[in-house]
Design a protein around this ligand. Structure first.
Ligand code: BGC
Length: 381
């Protein structure tokens, strides 16, 4: 049975979150020093949502394509499973594929979804800026395109993007790092290192930018010392989000800079990289530093609970998938894209953004955050 409650709870939550972001108000897990998401800078009130007349509906049972970048982190595996199950339950015919971090493979998968008559294609891009022409091809064929978790850049071939605030995520990671340092590592100054995600992923520079908006003033006033001196995103990025590459970089940072020093903290952009950095520090005989993360992966939720990883950030896949299916239902019914007040310029157009709020998780609030997530609650024992 297909549900078409346009203003679902998820949508109401999003609209509230959007309103809060627009007002610069603080939310749970943020502090007043946090700046609002950079999307507020480009945010504008918009009639961005196309009208119903522009966006004809399509038949029930239609084919829906979902193109994911890879299955290398838990969130993408969850997305693959949830889209397959929930689109099927909603009466659609899903084609869900992952591109193994390869741009060409993703372009080909999307082309074949168009050829197979998909009415909507949901895309988490390997490289945010490399899908322009295939997405424009989709638009010409009358296919709706929804970006999932990552922005689709430099293309007019996108109707909207569903994601968690990525600059906000970086701010939360940095705030947690500072909090953990104060709690666990005595008086400042603190020795830290910085890691970023895969440079092709549009989220990665935004996570880093959000984090640096919090950390840079503390570097400038001497509270934090980046002992390696590597503070540019390009120096800190981790190609393809590859945990092994992050671990290698951490190994060499430790060997080159910390033979006579303790490392107190590491800014990490996701849980896989967090665990890689913690392992490198343990291997080098360091005490475990305060480390941030992202995704609330099962293994990291356990590590947070054991005190081995200080924090993660929850961005529940079920909420993002539910939001996406809500939009697909609206398109199917001929109601067009739901309206939103947030847009981001992708280099070519102002893209409507459906933004959900990420939530920081430490040992202190884990039970609260996962109260409605029985499988993660199981890990808190
Ligand atoms: C996602 C993260 C994920 C990372 C690597 C990012 O775009 O937002 O949840 O950890 O990609 O897969």
């Amino acid at each position: 049975m297909k549900k078409r409650t346009l203003l679902s709870m998820a949508m109401v939550a999003t609209m509230m979150a959007t309103t809060f972001a627009g007002c610069g108000g603080s939310r749970e897990g943020t502090t007043d020093t946090a700046t609002t998401d950079d999307q507020t800078a480009t945010e504008q009130t918009t009639d961005g949502a196309a009208t119903t007349a522009d966006m004809p509906g399509f038949e029930e049972g239609a084919t829906i394509g979902v193109s994911l970048p890879w299955l290398g982190t838990q969130n993408w595996k969850e997305a693959e499973e949830m889209f397959t199950a929930q689109l099927t339950d909603a009466g659609y015919n899903p084609i869900v594929q992952a591109a193994d971090q390869k741009v060409t493979q993703q372009q080909q998968q999307i082309e074949s979804m168009i050829e197979n008559g998909a009415k909507v294609i949901v895309v988490g891009p390997v490289d945010g800026s490399q899908l322009g022409s295939v997405l424009e091809q989709a638009k010409e064929a009358g296919v709706y395109v929804i970006g999932y978790d990552r922005l689709l850049e430099n293309t007019s071939g996108v109707d909207g993007v569903v994601q968690f605030g990525s600059v906000k995520t970086g701010e939360l990671q940095a705030q947690a790092l500072l909090q953990g340092l104060e709690e666990q590592k005595g008086e400042a100054p603190y020795n830290i290192e910085l890691f970023g995600g895969g440079p092709a992923d549009p989220n990665a520079p935004n996570f880093f930018k959000g984090a640096m908006s919090v950390l840079q003033p503390k570097i400038d006033d001497g509270t934090l010392v980046v002992v390696s001196g590597q503070t540019d995103f390009t120096q800190c990025a981790t190609q393809d989000w590859d945990n092994a590459k992050a671990q290698q970089r951490m190994d060499s940072l430790l060997a080159g800079n910390y033979s006579d020093k303790d490392i107190d903290g590491v800014l990490c952009p996701n849980d896989g990289i967090a665990r890689a950095c913690i392992t490198a520090c343990e291997n080098a005989g360091q005490d475990i530093p305060v480390v941030s993360g992202l995704d609330a992966e099962n293994e990291s939720v356990e590590w947070v609970w054991q005190g081995r990883q200080y924090s993660t950030v929850a961005k529940p896949t079920e909420d993002l998938v539910a939001e996406t299916i809500e939009i697909i239902d609206s398109l199917q019914a001929g109601n067009g894209m739901p309206s939103t007040d947030v847009t981001t310029n992708n280099g070519v157009i102002d893209v409507p953004i459906y933004e959900l709020p990420p939530v920081v998780v430490t040992k202190d609030n884990a039970k609260e955050v996962f109260a409605n997530d029985p499988s993660r609650m199981e890990l808190l024992k």
